[in-house]
Ligand binder design. Structure first.
Ligand SMILES: NC(=O)C1=CN([C@@H]2O[C@H](COP(=O)(O)OP(=O)(O)OC[C@H]3O[C@@H](n4cnc5c(N)ncnc54)[C@H](OP(=O)(O)O)[C@@H]3O)[C@@H](O)[C@H]2O)C=CC1
Ligand SMILES: CC(=O)[C@@H](O)[C@H](O)COP(=O)(O)O
Ligand SMILES: [Mn+2]
Length: 392
C-alpha cells in the first residue's frame, strides 16, 4: 500500500523538489492531487508524469486551459478551481500526506484544511505560522495532525532536539535554539548600495535556488525574521531563547544549545530535497539523491552577528513578535506587498522595511480570534499598503 500525497504549490521550487523525491520512491508514495497558480504547462506535465487524480488552478479560465492541455496528452486528471478546491484536495480521504508549499498567506487556508483533516502536514509555507501561529498550533493539537517542518532551519532544529520534544526547555536541558542565516546576497554591501539594489541582485541567493519571494526575503533578512516567528510557534520557545547567527556557507542548517555546553547541529549540502525527504519519511530515512557533504571541499565554516542597522527587517520581526496580537499578521501582509512592489520596480529595496515599519506603527494590532478574522486583517493591510505605494 502506498501513501497518497497532495502537493500544494506543486509548480514552485519546493513543489518540484518534492516531486523529484517522490519519483525516487514509487513503492512508498503516489500522487493524489497537485496544485498550481500561473504555470499551467508545468502543472499539466506534472499531472501526466505522476497520474494525479486531481489538479487545482485558481479560476475557470485556468481550468479550461489545463483541461485542454490534459486532453491533448490523453490524461484523466480531474481539474478543480478556487480556494475551496485547494482546501478540498488538502483534506481528501485518499490523501495521507500534504506538502504545504504555496507561497505567502495564500497558503494558510489550505494548510489549515490539511491540519483540520488530521493529515501528516509537511510545512514549507512558513507564512501560515507567521500569520496565525497560535491558532495553527492549537488546531494541530486538537485535530491530531502530524506537523513536520520542511524549512531547512526548522527541519535542522527538529532533528537536533530530543525526540520527545514538548516545548519544556528546562526538562530537556535546552538553553537556546540557534537559527543560521546565510546573510543573503547583500551581506557585505554597504547601506547605500543595499538601498538601491535591483530585483535581479536580490534574487541571486549565494547558496540556495528558491522562488523569487523568499529570495527577496533572504536578501532583506526578513526571511530570518519570518523564521524566528515560525520557530517560536513550531517549538513553543520564546523569542528571547532563539538566537540568529550569520553563517555564510549555509552548511550548518541550524543548531540547538544544551545546558551542558553541547551544541547539536544538522549539516548538509544546501538542497531542499534533504529536509523534504526527512519530513516525508520521518522517523525513517529515505534516499533524496543529494550529493554527500564533501568536508575536504569546504573552505571553512564562519560566523558573524546579524547587522540590524543594515537589515532592519529582522529587527521589525522581533518587534512584531514582542508586540503580540495581530502584529505578525500585519508584518507579513506589509512584507508581501512590499516584496511584490519591489519585484515590479515600484519601490526601492529600502522601501521594504520602510513600508513594514509604517504598517506596524499605524495598523490595528489587536488580536483576531479566528483564521477568517486574520485573513480579513491580512486583506485590509494589503489594501492599505498598495494605497500607500500608489500615493508615493
Ligand atoms: N524554495 C525554498 O527553497 C524554500 C521555500 N520555503 C517556503 O516554501 C514556500 C514556497 O516557496 P517556493 O517554492 O520557493 O515558492 P515558488 O514561488 O517557487 O512557488 C510557489 C508555489 O505557490 C503557487 N502559488 C503562488 N501564488 C499562489 C496563490 N495565490 N494561490 C495558490 N497558489 C499560489 C505557485 O504557482 P505557480 O508557480 O503555478 O504560479 C507555486 O506552485 C514559501 O512559503 C517559502 O517561504 C521554505 C524554505 C525553503
Ligand atoms: C532553504 C531555506 O530554508 C531558506 O529559508 C534559506 O535558509 C534561505 O537562506 P537565508 O535566509 O539564511 O539567506
Ligand atoms: Mn529557511
Amino acid at each position: 500500500m502506498t501513501l497518497g500525497v497532495t502537493v500544494l504549490g506543486a509548480t514552485g521550487s519546493i513543489g518540484c523538489s518534492t516531486l523529484d523525491v517522490l519519483a525516487l520512491h514509487p513503492e512508498r508514495y503516489h500522487v493524489v492531487a497537485l496544485t498550481g497558480f500561473s504555470q499551467l504547462d508545468r502543472l499539466a506535465a506534472q499531472c501526466v508524469r505522476f497520474s494525479a487524480r486531481f489538479a487545482v488552478v485558481p479560476d475557470d479560465a485556468g481550468a479550461r486551459r489545463l483541461r485542454t492541455l490534459l486532453a491533448e496528452a490523453d490524461c484523466a486528471t480531474e481539474v478543480l478551481c478556487g480556494e475551496d478546491a485547494l482546501c478540498r484536495v488538502a483534506a481528501l480521504d485518499e490523501t495521507d500526506v500534504v506538502m504545504a508549499a504555496i507561497v505567502g498567506a495564500a497558503g494558510l487556508a489550505p494548510s489549515m484544511a490539511a491540519v483540520r483533516a488530521g493529515k501528516r502536514v509537511l510545512l514549507a509555507n512558513k507564512e501560515s505560522l507567521v500569520v496565525a501561529g497560535a491558532l495553527f498550533m492549537r488546531e494541530v493539537a486538537r485535530c491530531g495532525a502530524t506537523l513536520l517542518p520542511v524549512d531547512s532551519e526548522h527541519n535542522a532544529i527538529f532533528q537536533s532536539l530530543p525526540a520527545a520534544w514538548s516545548g519544556d526547555m528546562r526538562a530537556a536541558g535546552v538553553e537556546k535554539l540557534v537559527l543560521t542565516a546565510s546573510g543573503g546576497p547583500f551581506r557585505t554591501w554597504g547601506a547605500d548600495a543595499i538601498a538601491r539594489a535591483t530585483p535581479e541582485a536580490a534574487c541571486a541567493h549565494p547558496n540556495w535556488s528558491m522562488g523569487r519571494k523568499i529570495s527577496v526575503d533572504s536578501a532583506s533578512l526578513m526571511n530570518k525574521g519570518l523564521e524566528l516567528i515560525e520557530a517560536r510557534w513550531l517549538f513553543d520557545v520564546p523569542a528571547a531563547d532563539i538566537e540568529v547567527v550569520v553563517h555564510p556557507q549555509s552548511v550548518i542548517h541550524s543548531m540547538v544549545r544544551y545546558r551542558d555546553g553541547s551544541v547539536i547541529a544538522e549539516l548538509g549540502e544546501p538542497d531542499m530535497k534533504t529536509p523534504i525527504a526527512c519530513a516525508l519519511a520521518w522517523p525513517e530515512r529515505i534516499r533524496a539523491d543529494v550529493a554527500p557533504l564533501d568536508f575536504m571541499a569546504l573552505s571553512g565554516l564562519t560566523f558573524e552577528a546579524p547587522d540590524l542597522a543594515r537589515f532592519p527587517c529582522l529587527r521589525l520581526a522581533y518587534q512584531a513578535l514582542e508586540a503580540g496580537g495581530d502584529a505578525t499578521c500585519v508584518l507579513n501582509a506589509a512584507n508581501e506587498v512590499a516584496v511584490a512592489a519591489f519585484l515590479e520596480r515600484r519601490i526601492p529595496f529600502s522601501g521594504i522595511p520602510a513600508l513594514i515599519e509604517d504598517a506596524l506603527a499605524t495598523q490595528d494590532l489587536i488580536a483576531s480570534g479566528s483564521v477568517d478574522a486574520l485573513l480579513a486583517r491580512d486583506a485590509e493591510v494589503r489594501a492599505w499598503a498598495w494605497q500607500r505605494i500608489a500615493a508615493c
